[in-house]
Design a protein. Structure first.
Length: 313
């Protein structure tokens, strides 16, 4: 059997369809089917039950697929070892970034990174945290940037920076006269939140965990945009919380409505995360060094209280 044959097996196991698996592997469906048939004949077992729709793994097929994943990973690790020894930093690298980090962080480091590592082909996707974790585990992403800790034993985390929460308080709210605020000053009934699925929303709910989270408002908002929340706040419909980096590009008239929290400031921990198999670790290290280099000048808070991005039940 060959590594390529095992990759075909993994593709069919994932997509449960020979035609789709062939498309993903950039081969014809007859070629893929023939190679899988060869490996089944060599092992004298059926890996897939083709009578079922969608195609299912047989009992022995499950065991073969689990072992095939390990073999393919270790084969990729050999390539990593050779590239690292040669000092080569290049090739395709798939990076996921959560929506509340992408607009502010990506412009800060992308230009520096592609100039310093022109042989790396970055493929960047904006994804929510749940989708990122799923894709990392399936091998569809090499790394991601997300709020942590995620408490997932299969994921490694390297902290990049701590980003405080900043309150956006229009003049018509009582606490607008304060120079600094405390969490106890917040009223969850007044806070405009991002839609479900955003970990920044969950962070705010965790921050205000002593308050009733089953709040009722005269309208239902489903938005993934901080700009929308700011505009609604300016209309007198509420207050909101923003990540620190998002506040740097606000207009001066809007910056006057920002209120910092007293220390220790509630903050999110932003990390570079990747699977524990540590494939392409040389590119991961290059990303970490580039991001740390550009961020430290813009954000350097130490006395913070990390607010979990995991929704508390």
């Amino acid at each position: 059997m060959t590594i390529t044959q095992l990759q075909y097996v993994l593709a069919v196991a994932e997509h449960k369809n020979f035609t789709l698996a062939a498309e993903k592997c950039f081969v014809t469906q007859p070629t893929l089917s023939m190679q899988i048939q060869k490996i089944e004949e060599e092992l004298n077992v059926q890996i897939f039950d083709r009578t079922k729709k969608p195609i299912q793994l047989t009992e022995i097929g499950h065991k073969i697929v689990n072992q095939a994943k390990n073999i393919v990973i270790e084969a990729d690790r050999i390539k990593d070892i050779v590239e690292h020894q040669k000092g080569f930093i290049g090739g395709e690298f798939r990076l996921g970034i959560i929506p509340t980090i992408m607009p502010t962080l990506l412009p800060m480091f992308l230009n520096n990174f592609i100039k310093k590592y022109p042989k790396v082909k970055l493929i960047i996707e904006e994804l929510n945290t749940d989708e990122i974790i799923l894709r990392l585990k399936k091998g569809h992403l090499d790394a991601a940037i997300a709020a942590t800790p995620l408490e997932d034993e299969k994921i490694k985390e390297i902290v990049l920076y701590y980003e405080p929460f900043v309150a956006y308080i229009p003049d018509n709210f009582a606490i607008s006269h304060k120079n600094e605020i405390e969490v106890s000053d917040l009223n969850l009934d007044d806070i405009l939140l991002l839609q479900d699925g955003h970990c920044f929303r969950d962070g705010i709910l965790n921050l205000c965990k002593t308050q009733d989270i089953n709040v009722s408002n005269p309208f239902q908002l489903e938005s993934g945009s901080f700009e929308t929340l700011i505009k609604l706040a300016d209309e007198g419909l509420g207050t909101t919380l923003l990540p620190y980096l998002h506040t740097l590009d606000l207009k001066e008239k809007d910056k006057s409505k920002l209120r910092q929290f007293k220390e220790p400031k509630p903050a999110r921990e932003v990390s570079l995360i990747y699977p524990k198999n540590e494939l392409k670790i040389h590119i991961i290290d290059a990303l970490r060094n580039t991001i740390s280099g550009v961020v430290k000048g813009a954000i350097a808070f130490q006395n913070v209280q990390i607010i979990s991005p995991i929704q508390k039940k």
